[in-house]
Ligand binder design. Structure first.
Ligand SMILES: Cc1cc2nc3c(=O)[nH]c(=O)nc-3n(C[C@H](O)[C@H](O)[C@H](O)COP(=O)(O)OP(=O)(O)OC[C@H]3O[C@@H](n4cnc5c(N)ncnc54)[C@H](O)[C@@H]3O)c2cc1C
Length: 392
């Protein structure tokens, strides 16, 4: 593993750091920790921020130039995320667009789709949500039941999606629907791009225990989608979806430790401020988190090195998500322990430490072992595909 950055990468880091110091609005600073995104007003501010970053040349850093990106490598993208965390900048609001559907369209989309959609992903003019999960298709995604029937040059969609983050503010949704119910489960699925303003779509926010509604139920009642919005060919959606999920997992694998480091620094401040630094039991727990963060980082670098040498990320990438979710929950727990009863006071109260972000973090962290692959499923992958244990 090469831990050194090249001179050009160091120069890029310096540029980003200076740019962020000069451009990050005060009201967005330090919103990266226990970030909330779902209310429409916050989304508008974050859209403006992504647009500003785009004007500065810092969105789509590792997208090829032909697609409106900077044409740099994933190392520069990671440097960007490190510097954003260091500056306390919020993450990009159009994550579904930038790290999921954008790269998917670059690989599987038609030139017309790439021209139509990619520029507005970069500027956050069009936000994207991911319509994969359904009431009976989460871990077992291939069980999805939503139907799309081709009538002339239009697909007609009927069915329901669930847990669709940002659907209430997104302009577009990339989703999976069953186009051939007679084919084997993985084979009769198509990947479609759906305008969220289409007649027949109903979005119902679901209230989470954080008190917010980040995700939604989305109902489709005879929704008409032009056939030109099909990606990767009829009934070939499963292959396309795997590309999308791989892109999501890869980038997250490399940047997770960065946001975790951010939260850890907050925790260290908290421990010092609350005069817990001499508590020997707490010191052990904090030391475990610090060691965990380092392991997460090194494991990420190992995967990155493999990719930079031309390899493909393999199933061992599941360790990163599994390990991160455990650390994330442990960190939230230590934060609550340090704060005692104050840790339960949410935003809006003068008594809430750090503006209520710790109370929010503790509740939000419960989702870490579910979203983007549950811990049980990841353990199955590791058991079967990495350790080679028998399936049953
Ligand atoms: C905060 C959040 C945001 C999300 N955003 C989105 C989004 O934007 N778009 C989207 O499409 N989805 C989204 N999801 C959904 C997420 O992908 C699913 O929750 C996840 O895939 C699990 O599916 P499920 O909830 O249906 O649970 P299930 O798959 O029903 O699982 C229930 C329980 O059974 C366990 N289990 C299931 N199968 C097995 C097995 N074979 N072996 C052992 N244990 C098993 C699971 O681990 C889990 O504990 C989001 C979820 C969360 C929490």
């Amino acid at each position: 593993m090469d831990f050194q950055f090249t001179d050009a990468q160091q120069a890029f880091r310096k540029d980003v750091r200076e740019w962020l110091e000069a451009n990050l609005p005060g009201d967005l600073k330090d919103r990266g920790f226990a970030a909330t995104r779902p209310d429409p007003e916050a989304v508008e501010r974050l859209r403006a921020w992504q647009r500003r970053m785009h004007e500065g040349g810092y969105v789509g850093v590792y997208w090829p130039r032909d697609f409106g990106g900077r044409g740099a490598s994933i190392v520069e993208e990671i440097i960007l995320y490190q510097e954003m965390a260091r500056a306390g900048a919020p993450q990009f609001v159009n994550r579904g667009g930038l790290s999921m559907v954008g790269p998917t369209l670059m690989k599987h989309g038609t030139p017309a789709q790439q021209r139509r959609f990619l520029p507005k992903i970069l500027t956050a003019e069009e936000l994207w949500c991911q319509g994969f999960s359904e009431p009976n298709a989460g871990s077992d995604l291939a069980n999805l039941q939503m139907r799309a029937v081709l009538e002339g040059d239009t697909f007609v969609l009927n069915g329901q999606k669930v847990w669709t983050s940002m659907a209430h503010v997104a302009e577009w949704c990339f989703l999976l629907a069953r186009t051939n119910p007679d084919a084997p489960r993985h084979k009769g699925i198509s990947f479609l791009l759906v305008d969220m303003a289409s007649p027949g779509i109903t979005v119902r926010p679901l209230k989470q225990m954080t008190g917010e509604s980040e995700f939604n139920e989305v109902f489709f009642d005879h929704v008409r989608v032009p056939a030109e919005n099909l990606v990767g060919g009829l009934d070939h959606g499963w292959t396309v979806a795997l590309t999308t999920l791989n892109y999501e997992r890869d980038l997250l694998t490399f940047i997770r430790h960065i946001s975790f480091r951010n939260a850890l620094d907050r925790l260290l401040d908290l421990v010092r401020q609350r005069r817990h630094a001499d508590d020997p039991v707490l010191r052990q727990r904090v030391a475990n988190l610090v060691i965990g963060e380092r392991i997460l980082q090194l494991n990420g670098y190992r995967g990155l090195t493999k990719i930079l040498r031309g390899g493909q990320p393999g199933p061992e990438g599941s360790t990163a998500k599994l390990y991160w979710s455990q650390l994330d929950q442990a960190l939230a727990e230590v934060g609550s322990h340090v704060l005692g009863p104050f840790g339960q006071i949410g935003a809006g109260s003068a008594w809430a430490p750090d503006g209520g972000q710790w109370a929010f973090y503790e509740l939000l962290a419960q989702a870490s072992g579910i979203r983007a692959g549950t811990s049980e499923i990841l353990r199955n992958i590791l058991a079967e595909r990495v350790l080679g244990l028998p399936k049953d």
